[in-house]
Unconditional design. Sequence first.
Length: 154
Amino acid sequence: MTLDEIRELIQLVSETGVAELEVQRGENRVRIRRSFATEVNAIAVPDQQPAVKTHAAPAAATVKPAPEPAPTEKELITVKSPIVGTFYESPSPGSPPFVRAGETVQPGKVLCIIESMKLMNEIESDIAGVVVSRLVPNGQPVEYGEALFAIRPL
């Protein structure tokens, strides 16, 4: 895949507002993920080729390998979204959130709701631990596999 083709894909993502796009040709694969600060990240994964930097207007774009987790993140467990939908921190508007940072949770504790196709799906903790942080703003769309919470196991 050429640099011009990657630039065209970045432009397409910028213009359409698509959250993520992945294209594979043979052994070469490019994933372009849009962040919410209008920055576009493109990750080339063609058997560990060197990183390439490029720019597209109006958003900045960088082709780079996936970041390595920080050493302190290795001890944290991330709760990931099992479905595509909208993240809600509480059962209804005005209600307190299911969990807050610093709170201890047990397996089966409801952490949030993901609304998908008009169905409210409760997302429960699989482990006992302390909620370190909520990684998604309330009311934001989430993708399958997107990290929702960071929990430090007990």
